[in-house]
Design a protein around this ligand. Structure first.
Ligand SMILES: NC(=O)c1ccc[n+]([C@@H]2O[C@H](COP(=O)([O-])OP(=O)(O)OC[C@H]3O[C@@H](n4cnc5c(N)ncnc54)[C@H](O)[C@@H]3O)[C@@H](O)[C@H]2O)c1
Ligand SMILES: O=P(O)(O)OC[C@@H](O)CO
Ligand SMILES: [Zn+2]
Length: 353
């Protein structure tokens, strides 16, 4: 007897493009959200977007509360929850990079409140996803969180953000190739839950981005359009899967471990991109797919080596040999690489010299 069932939670409104930051009040109105919002932001995104949006709310007779967070930690989530309760707000708005949006969606989840996602950088594929990611003891990966009711992604703002944030978003998408390879491997070897739709969407998203690499150039608003659509599509793949599997495999384990070994050394997207070169090599052997991944990253100015990440070779090896332990997620790393094998893959792919 067929007994399978699931919920797929997706945003109702997605406003993307030139100048849509001016339409946040309209989006809220369209969702019939009442009461006071709490803006969850960080210092630069506050100046770039949260303050101008607050002025629009004030002009509409709504007085938003604002909380600025500095880091993606459980303390930040707690702080947001406390402010939300003290200020008696009705819904949350995450405005910023991946960290501000993650904190907002995790606090919303705890508070059972609606949440809007307003990215100020096309740097990560958590804009739409129902996942939130903060370090937790020895672990570092995303957990279930509130998906946004709406996304407002202004390509003017995203194009003005530092270029490396956009290249990080591209690399987060390019890493979908190896994430899906790991997912299929885990399905074959461990019979993990798998969605062909989510996997296909994730791969197609990476494919379209790579096919449009010529359009991805600094300061070009069309680049933000191309990259943001890919980031949202990848987030939808995660929501369909009900997990980050379509967008997170061993390359993400590697990045999460780097975050623990050397916090804030490089952007999330850049780290997963470099990880993806190495895990593609492990999947494909000496002459294979890994050069396509490296060349795709190179074509959009994303790092392809440890030096470009600003991380030393020994830290790369330590992350490679230990990252399989930080999460119960079967990947090409299996039960872990030894140091010799790690040095071999990192050297042969040119990640270390
Ligand atoms: N939940 C998910 O599904 C998911 C997916 C991918 C990544 N993530 C998480 O997202 C985080 C990475 O996101 P990130 O790379 O955006 O990091 P981040 O949020 O730290 O942003 C990087 C920097 O860019 C700044 N910034 C943002 N917009 C700017 C703008 N317009 N102008 C100038 N500076 C701006 C931020 O203030 C910050 O200093 C990681 O914690 C990662 O785990 C989550
Ligand atoms: O579940 P994790 O590994 O945090 O992945 C989420 C996101 O970074 C995928 O791009
Ligand atoms: Zn990611």
């Amino acid at each position: 007897m067929f007994q399978k069932s699931k919920w797929i939670r997706l945003p109702r409104n997605v406003a993307v493009g030139h100048g849509v930051l001016d339409e946040v009040v309209d989006v809220v109105d369209d969702l019939h959200l009442q009461g006071r919002p709490l803006f969850v932001t960080s210092p630069t995104p506050r100046e770039v977007a949260a303050d101008p949006i607050a002025e629009d709310f004030e002009a509409a007779g709504i007085d938003p509360a604002v909380v600025t967070i500095e880091s993606a930690t459980f303390d930040s989530v707690e702080k947001v929850i406390e402010v939300a309760e003290a200020e008696e707000v009705s819904y949350l708005v995450g405005i910023g990079g991946g960290k501000a949006i993650d904190i907002a969606k995790m606090a919303s989840h705890h508070l059972s409140m609606g949440f809007l996602s307003i990215p100020t950088a096309a740097s990560h594929d958590g804009i739409v996803s129902n996942r939130g990611s903060v370090p937790d003891g020895d672990t570092r990966h995303s957990v279930a969180a509130e998906p946004p009711l709406a996304v407002v992604a202004d390509t003017t703002v995203l194009a003005e953000a530092p270029w490396e944030l956009t290249t990080a978003g591209c690399a987060d998408i390019i890493s979908n190739y190896t994430a899906v390879m790991d997912w299929r491997l885990a399905k074959r070897l461990k019979n993990v839950e798998y969605s062909e739709y989510a996997a296909a969407l994730s791969e197609m998203t990476a494919e379209i981005l790579v096919d449009n690499a010529d359009l991805i150039r600094p300061g070009l608003e069309e680049s933000s359009w191309v990259v943001t659509k890919a980031l949202m599509s990848s987030g939808v793949a995660m929501s369909i899967a009900g997990s980050s599997r379509p967008a997170s495999g061993a390359e993400h384990l590697f990045s999460h471990q780097l975050d623990r070994l050397e916090p804030n050394a490089a952007l999330h997207g850049h780290q997963v991109g470099v990880g993806s070169i190495m895990t593609a090599y492990l999947h494909g052997g000496e002459k294979g797919f890994w050069t396509d991944i490296r060349d795709a990253l190179d074509s959009i100015d994303a790092p392809t080596t440890a030096t470009e990440l600003g991380i030393d070779d020994e830290t790369v090896l330590e992350a490679l040999t230990s990252c399989h332990e930080i999460r119960d997620r079967y990947t090409i790393l299996g039960d872990g690489m030894n140091e010799e094998a790690a040095r071999d893959v990192a050297t042969k792919t040119g990640v270390i010299s």
